[in-house]
Ligand binder design. Structure first.
Ligand SMILES: [Zn+2]
Length: 504
């Protein structure tokens, strides 16, 4: 009897739990049994492993082969375990030294000729292997992703034969190499002409991490504005970038190394399914809200979205995570995104426009806006009307807007004040912290109470308004919230206020 043990990793949410591949050879009729994988995956994996071994001039043992993937209750997709299974069979049959496998973990799908094909979720696997004090070997195609973990020590190989040469000492381990790509510049605010009010709202949103809604006619520049938000946020920290990259890594869409440390900007279409938006599937994969983790989620045509899909957003908007439950298992994905939404003011899109071309009745407009639930709107702190830009501002010789770098400097200064005071951004303050650091003068308190009454604001919206006022004061470098800060914050609540029945 011969036994070999190889370490590998599964994919569960953004984690990479360890899997032990045990291979046992015994007498009896030649057969290959793989325990712990679904039947179809077993068949495919068995065929690939066999072909790859023969192609690499190894012998496929004519014995009874039992492969066990443990623990049994982990999610296991077939392909990623091809390489560890092949190595297990080679070690159990004495074709490679089983001691050489110690200290290593392996991931990779095998092609029929023995080449290694990239797998999903390599990045979380590198992190987990490093924590377990083992080195991970991944297919060359996963190299740039694996190299994002500095000091992760991940290695790459092109073929099964190269892996075996490395294990026998005939070939030194090859460290995963980062991709040599030029960073893609982010869209800049200088391209936005006019729109002083909307630009200001964007800056306040960036400074405090507040969610934002643009209301305006088609073509007024809502998308242009929204796409500039990531560029005025501070660069993602290494830890944040790794978290975002881990989500992309397990999403099955791969990573774009040219956008390393840039904050993601996701703009799914309103016809996207709830699963595409929040994540799901038999082997749960992250949706757009998780792909926007530490970045911006832009939902255009907000009133056109399926209302149920939008309601699911309420929880992640508060907690920064989303839990996807399926019959068999559940997975949690991070989803701390900043929401920028956009909508038309009315069904025809032209309500409030100076051209007067809107013919929608007040009733029709009210019904249109009521498509959005009060609780969702409550969570959007800044609600801003975006008018059409007057033609003279669009002339080629018109002055360009202030560029993103200048705005980002102010945003960073305001954020530093918040971190120094509370250790977090204003948008994420709890109730007690909000009341502690958002005290108002008596006259302003009275002003706020009158406004709550007039705008029919909920308790939640009232607190959120206070936090926005705090951010505006931080941008102004002010210790206290002054009337002018509070008034501006209340101004961002005017638009959709009073058109909704509010729920607490
Ligand atoms: Zn209209």
């Amino acid at each position: 009897m011969s036994l070999a043990l190889v370490h590998s990793r599964a994919r569960a949410g953004v984690h990479a739990p360890g899997v032990q591949v045990e291979v046992h050879l015994s007498g009896g009729l030649p057969s290959t049994q793989i325990v712990g994988l679904p039947e179809a995956a077993v068949r495919e994996s068995r065929d690939r492993v066999r072909a790859a071994m023969l192609c690499a001039q190894f012998e496929f043992p004519a014995r009874r082969i039992t492969v066990n993937l443990a623990p049994a209750d982990l999610p296991k997709e077939g392909g990623r375990f091809d390489l560890p299974i092949a190595l297990g069979i080679l070690a159990a049959s004495g074709q490679i030294d089983r001691q050489a496998l110690a200290g290593w973990e392996f991931l990779g799908e095998l092609g029929l000729t023995g080449e290694l094909r990239p797998v999903d979720g390599a990045l979380p696997a590198v992190l987990a292997a490093a924590r377990a004090q083992r080195r991970l070997l991944v297919p060359l195609g996963n190299g740039p992703e694996a190299a994002l973990v500095r000091d992760g020590g991940a290695c790459t190989a092109r073929t099964l034969l190269e892996v075996c040469a490395m294990l026998s000492g005939a070939r030194p381990p090859v460290l995963a190499e980062p991709a040599q790509v030029a960073a893609v510049p982010m869209p800049d605010l200088r391209d936005v002409r006019g729109q002083a009010h909307a630009r200001r709202a964007l800056e306040v949103a960036a400074a405090g991490g507040h969610h934002l809604l643009f209301v305006g006619s088609p073509g007024c520049g809502k998308t242009l504005l929204a796409s500039r938000l990531p560029g005025i946020l501070p660069e993602a920290s290494e830890a944040e970038a790794l978290e975002s990259a881990a989500v992309a890594s397990v999403s099955g869409r791969g990573l774009d190394p040219s956008r390393w440390r840039q904050r993601p900007f996701r703009s799914p279409h309103h016809t996207a399914s709830a699963v595409a938006l929040v994540g799901g599937g038999a082997q749960p994969r992250p949706g757009e809200i998780s792909l926007a983790h530490h970045g911006v989620l832009f939902l255009d045509e907000l009133t056109e979205w399926d209302r149920r899909a939008l309601e699911v957003l309420r929880e992640p908007l508060e907690s920064g995570t989303v839990t996807i439950s399926r019959a068999a298992r559940s997975a949690e994905f991070p989803a701390r995104f900043q929401l920028v939404a956009a909508m038309n003011p009315c069904p025809c899109g032209w309500a409030g426009d100076t051209s007067g071309r809107c013919r929608c009745s007040a009733q029709v407009i009210a019904r249109y806006r009521a498509k959005l639930s009060g609780p969702l709107l409550d969570r959007i702190d800044l609600q801003v009307e975006v008018p059409r830009v007057p033609p003279q501002d669009l002339r080629p010789d018109a002055a360009p807007g202030e560029d993103s770098e200048a705005v980002r400097d102010r945003v960073q200064t305001a954020r530093a004040r918040q971190i120094a005071r509370n250790g977090t951004l204003n948008a994420r303050l709890g109730q007690a912290e909000t009341f502690a650091c958002c005290r108002l003068a008596d006259a302003d308190q009275a002003l706020l109470e009158r406004a709550i009454d007039r705008l029919q604001l909920s308790a939640r919206a009232m607190q959120r308004t206070l936090r926005v006022a705090r951010t505006i004061a931080d941008l102004a470098g002010s210790e206290d919230i002054a009337s002018v800060h509070l008034t501006e914050a209340l101004g961002y609540r005017q638009h959709t206020a009073g058109t909704q029945p509010h729920a607490a």
